[in-house]
Design a binder for this molecule. Sequence first.
Ligand SMILES: Nc1ncnc2c1ncn2[C@@H]1O[C@H](COP(=O)(O)OP(=O)(O)O)[C@@H](O)[C@H]1O
Ligand SMILES: [Mg+2]
Length: 241
Amino acid sequence: MQTQPEIVLSVRNADLGYGTLQVVFDVSLEVKRGELIGLVGGNGSGKSTMLRAVSGMIKPMAGEILFNGQSIAGLKPHQTARLGLAHVPMGRQLFPNLSVKENLLMGAYLPHLRATRDQRLDEVTTLFPDLKKYESSLAGALSGGQQQMVAIGRALMLDPIMLIMDEPSIGLSPLYVKEVMKAIRKVADTGLPVLLVEQNIKQVLQVSDRTYVLENGRLVLEGTAAELEGHPVIRKAYLGL
Ligand SMILES: Nc1ncnc2c1ncn2[C@@H]1O[C@H](COP(=O)(O)OP(=O)(O)O)[C@@H](O)[C@H]1O
Ligand SMILES: [Mg+2]
């Protein structure tokens, strides 16, 4: 068991963008050990840009990103993955013509994971028994909700220190959205911190420990579900109450 700092991810005063175009302004957020943190906001508010900066797809224009006590701003995605940051990408990005099991094993692609990957597969399919049930099915033949579970399972195969997810509920029917959210909560309950990006604030508030609200590239609110559900701005603009 590695000892980890209490704060697993800390983004400090991040300015983010593409080329010279800045789209995220002075954003700070923290994810502590065992927390499920939501990051919500409308389309184009900068959520994916935040995740891209954390995973290493873009380099911050300014600010600091600390993961597990170490600065990761400017590292490449394969380097942050190596440090234990697992990214569940938007749109799941499975190999449709490979089986569920083969897709899961792809998650343990790093050389140092090869020796333990069968044991890890057992752990992941014990957490999510459906993955075992469907292990021989082609990933492309599954429903959207089942595919999302495979994408989550594949990320867990990395034996990560933290999980970041970009809109796992996108394109899913309400019933599957609920199931996927429940599954994400289950992951967090194993002690693995999760940063969950979603447009669907209602669903996120049901499972998250705390949630940050992003509008036009700026953080406007942060709080627990109870705090945000009671907040007049959230009630009006996001929950339609
Ligand atoms: N590769 C890119 N190049 C230039 N601008 C981008 C790129 N990706 C996203 N943007 C812009 O950055 C802003 C935030 O986008 P994004 O982070 O994808 O928002 P969200 O994920 O919240 O929908 C948007 O205005 C979007 O047009
Ligand atoms: Mg996005």
